[in-house]
Design a protein around this ligand. Structure first.
Ligand SMILES: *Cc1c(COP(=O)(O)O)cnc(C)c1O
Length: 398
């Protein structure tokens, strides 16, 4: 089996993935899959998507040589794929713009979404304003407090932001509310899911809309260096920015890839979100994958300094890539991520998002030990403006 050709017809990546949803959502999901397959092959759809990615979102993003960081670490040549320069400040808009075009094609009038840190909510509110669609975003009440600026951005663009107070009042509960809404409104509503997660076809669709990251990076590194990189590094929440970078390189056997999860306070139950560190195989919110659960199968609390990585399940395609040994998964703790935030800010003049800082922490760990003629591409998935208050509180006091 060619790794790049998955999922199979039932939406599986090996034993992971699938469609674990209530009866009422089966037909809408199959309709969505069919519409997506048609859209993907329709030159008019691709032309509109490409035009919006260029002129509305700001693609292609640069592949930037981090010269000072490279010199300081003294090993591999380090490049950043600059998704932080996209409209709204992160890779999320690649997916939001693709899915709203699909919603329009399906004749939907209303959009719902879930959001953690608020970056996906902002991307969704943005594309809804652009296309004149009604928009409701579900967000955990705790996250609304942590990310008040993003709540204001969404409301300014006309979205309704609904606070969710159940459970831990973070991302998982927001997804539950969005699913509940969708079951009742699927006739006229499209659910723009924000990561490579959930029931098929979402993990495939979200991946495909982010593949542009890896497609561009591949071409750019060939132009700059005349060869492929040795190592790709990206942070993994649900896994959308990572799979977008990794996927176009899957068939290049000499290119290694590492996804970096949130290690929180260390690998202690309920104090991290690193699903590959002691997670269990199970089903959460539509898909079968590695997740953090106790011995009774109850989903465990998670923790990360970055709201965007703070989720109990990982995207099913990452579970598969780990299973077959094609990609490796590491983690960075809160402290390591915050230190990387400061290091990248001072050395390169770029404030990375706290999510992204986890990938950067891994760069700091490995680059110095790699040969000088080796090449790393790290995904700068988003900018850190939203995290300045949190980072400053921690970093400017010591
Ligand atoms: C949301 C977010 C992430 C995590 O989501 P993935 O689906 O794993 O990419 C990472 N970085 C940034 C900047 C984000 O906004």
């Amino acid at each position: 089996m060619n790794t790049a050709s998955l999922p199979d017809k039932t939406g599986h990546y090996g034993k992971f993935g699938g469609m674990f949803v209530p009866e009422t959502l089966m037909t809408p999901l199959l309709d969505l899959e069919k519409a997506y397959e048609e859209a993907r092959q329709d030159p008019a759809f691709q032309a509109e998507l490409s035009d919006l990615l260029t002129n509305f979102c700001g693609r292609a993003t640069p592949l930037y040589y981090a010269e000072r960081l490279t010199e300081k670490l003294g090993g591999a040549k380090i490049y950043f794929k600059r998704e932080d320069l996209l409209h709204t400040g992160a890779h999320k808009i690649n997916n939001a713009i693709g899915q709203i075009l699909l919603a329009k094609r399906l004749g939907k009038k209303r959009i719902i979404a879930e959001t953690g840190a608020g970056q996906h909510g902002v991307a969704t509110a943005t594309v809804c304003a652009r296309f004149g669609m009604e928009c409701r975003v579900y967000m955990g009440a705790v996250d609304m407090e942590r990310q008040a600026l993003n709540v204001a951005r969404m409301r300014l663009m006309g979205a309704e932001v609904v606070g969710v107070t159940a459970g831990q009042a973070t991302l998982k509960e927001a997804v539950n509310e969005a699913m509940r809404d969708w079951v009742a409104t699927v006739e006229d509503t499209h659910y723009i899911l924000g990561s490579a997660l959930g029931a098929h076809p979402f993990p495939m669709m979200v991946r495909d809309f982010h593949r542009v990251i890896g497609v561009e990076a591949r071409q750019q590194i060939l132009e700059k260096e005349g060869r492929l990189p040795d190592l790709l590094i990206a942070c993994v929440g649900g896994g959308s920015n990572a799979i977008g970078l990794f996927h176009p390189f899957l068939e290049d056997e000499d290119v290694q890839m590492v996804g970096v999860e949130a290690g929180g306070d260390g690998i202690i139950p309920e104090r991290h979100a690193a699903r590959f560190q002691g997670g269990k195989l199970g089903v959460l919110q539509g898909t079968k994958t590695w997740l953090l659960a106790n011995d009774d199968g109850q989903i465990e609390l998670t923790h990360s300094v970055s709201a965007g990585l703070d989720y109990a399940a990982v995207g099913p395609e990452h579970a598969y890539l780990q299973d077959i040994g094609r990609a490796d998964y590491a983690y960075a703790t809160d402290e390591e991520a915050l230190n990387a935030f400061r290091e990248i800010s001072r050395t390169e003049g770029i404030l990375p998002a706290l999510e992204t800082s986890h990938a950067m922490a891994h760069v700091l760990k490995v680059a110095g030990d790699m040969p000088k003629d080796s090449i790393i591409i790290a995904n700068m998935s988003g900018r850190g403006d939203k995290d300045v208050e949190q980072a400053a509180k921690y970093l400017l006091n010591d």
